[in-house]
Design a protein around this ligand. Sequence first.
Ligand SMILES: [Zn+2]
Ligand SMILES: [Zn+2]
Length: 332
Amino acid sequence: MNEQLMRAMVLGEPGAALELQHLPIPAPDPGQLLIRVTACGICRTDLHVLDGELTEPALPLIPGHQIVGTVETIGTGVSGFTVGQRVGVPWLGGSCGACWYCRHDKENLCDEARYTGYQINGGFAEYTVADAAYCFELPPRYDDLQAAPLLCAGLIGYRAYRLLESADTIGLYGFGAAAHILAQLARHRGQKIYAFTREGDHTAQEFARNLGAVWAGDSGQQPPEVLDGAIIFAPEGQLVPLALAAVRKGGRVVCAGIHMSEIPAFSYDLLWGERQLCSVANLTRRDGLEFLPLAAEIPVSTTVHRYPLEQANEALEDLRRGRFNGAAVLVP
Ligand SMILES: [Zn+2]
Ligand SMILES: [Zn+2]
């Protein structure tokens, strides 16, 4: 029998480059969809997996958790999907459905949750399988490339943003894929965005101003106006005291990354005055059902940089070095 093969970029061990392999096309288990991948976004989290900062990958692993594709085969017991339909697969690939978190609309915190491109093979490949219950319909307004960054940068960014919905002035630390989406959402709602980038990254600062930021500068700078809240996307712990110093009394600083370097000790004065420091983790399916139609309605546009699947390592390195604005997307 001739087994059908697919191209996939595979992580053998943390610290190694992804390797192009030809692997059998997976068959969908009950409840799963076999999806032909048409685009897969690259995320900072992929770098944390590659670098071994996230310590529980299922190796060997196909990374990638912002997957756009079309349904090729439908597993038994799946309803509501048709062959040929376009779907999106996010980071949350499964949860237990029974624990306290799952029963309280916090499936993002489920201890048994499984994540796409981490414990489940992801979208740096021509095909993937995914639990149909965790797949999203995608707004037709977006083509496959433009839709991909909505699935993590957009979704997890939105989850962080919701904690600052009542803020008039918002600081975004790290102006990458998530911030470039959120800036448009915040602007649409009449909120002012202050963008903080790596020191001297004038390209990113100009990109932020073009997307409506009222101010853009280096992350070490204090903004010209006191902020009501801030979101930290960059994985740098030293940004936490800087962001706390930039927000007003009662303001909130949200850490939105899955990994951060150690936070330096800081004076209690920075937290005093009812300032709040919190994190957001992962996403719930409800976040997707809210955010995806909202993005299309505003509409939010995404700036994408296309790389062929085989150039996943180059794309990841460009992300690490901040060599592009917006989001990188792999195309098989
Ligand atoms: Zn659970
Ligand atoms: Zn991500």
